[in-house]
Design a protein around this ligand. Sequence first.
Ligand code: ARG
Length: 393
Amino acid sequence: MKKVVLAYSGGLDTSCIVRWLRERGYDVICFVADLGQGLGQGEDFEAIEKRALAAGASKVYIRDLQEEFINDFIIPALKANAIYEGKYLLATALGRPLIAKYLVQIAHKEKAVAVAHGCTGKGNDQVRLEVAVGILDPKLEILAPVREWEFKSREEEIEYALKHNIPIDVTKKKPYSIDRNLWGISIEAGILENLEQEPPEDAYMITKGSTQSASYPRYIEITFANGVPVKVDGKAYKAKDLIMHLNEVGGQFGVGRSDMVENRLVGIKSREIYEAPAGTILYTAHKELEALVLDRELAHFKEIVSLKYAELVYYGLWFSALKDALDGFVAKTQKLVSGTIKLRLSKGTCVAVGRKSKHSLYKKELSTYGKEDKFDQKLAEGFIKLWGMPYKR
Ligand code: ARG
């Protein structure tokens, strides 16, 4: 029997895929990636494993990839300030190349001929997974059953699952399509497809709306060492605990929501909402610190790099030469990005209110309007003449 490694979530689609592939003669090995989708409450991986086996999988791999996700994906994106179309912190997009990497690794270990996923033909995730797999091992076949199978609705899938005794959770039909991990939550479909409508409160999972969040502000200090967040309010945290802590605090104050119509890779616009409290706090603080320690030209050029970096992540080109080269550039810029930023969180807003760094380029004696001023104003006249010279007729 030909072996296939399936990226398995435990949901209805991927559970039906296990059976569907079995019926087509494949020995199905499931791979479950833990990217922190349990959001601290813990995901029941035992139940997921049982379900995979009941659906017909011959073996289940469950891998805790949170550390690697943080160190090799989240932190580089944070250092790059990568945000897609000004609003999306790329939580879902960043996870896909990592999942692809392990699909390939397990396929090699198991001598599988193919990998499979449960993405639809309309989304970005199919592109990200397949492009990444293609780069890592072009010989592996890629199967995307949802793009070709006979089921036309969720109901038909449920019927199929029941017929084959696949244990699924049919009681509550979720009104949205949700993807979660440590770095954020992506929510789409259902009522959200109605662009004129404000997202209902129940669509958000970890952030409080403005009516429920505290009426007082919360001040929080983030300390970075070489572009990496290491402390919150003066206390050292391991990266994963730091992110979980900031998700919690940010969520309480409604920080990190976004509601956008985005341009998908496959040519359609879609309405999605996101929650990324920790990401929003860290991006805001990181950018503020860079404003202090990077010189003007470097800071401006880095903005261009941020845009491109975000596009590459969104477009599934994580394992590309350009992304690799940009990482080199970004790493160089982070040498002096150490210091502490104080933020105020309040009613969904997150703003920097204080900054401190031993690498600060701010010179009070030059910028002050007070009497300790050392700026030589006489120099301005000649500077302006030369600066404006090319534009005079
Ligand atoms: N639109 C976002 C992206 O392309 C989120 C996708 C959410 N994925 C999902 N399977 N629900 O990254």
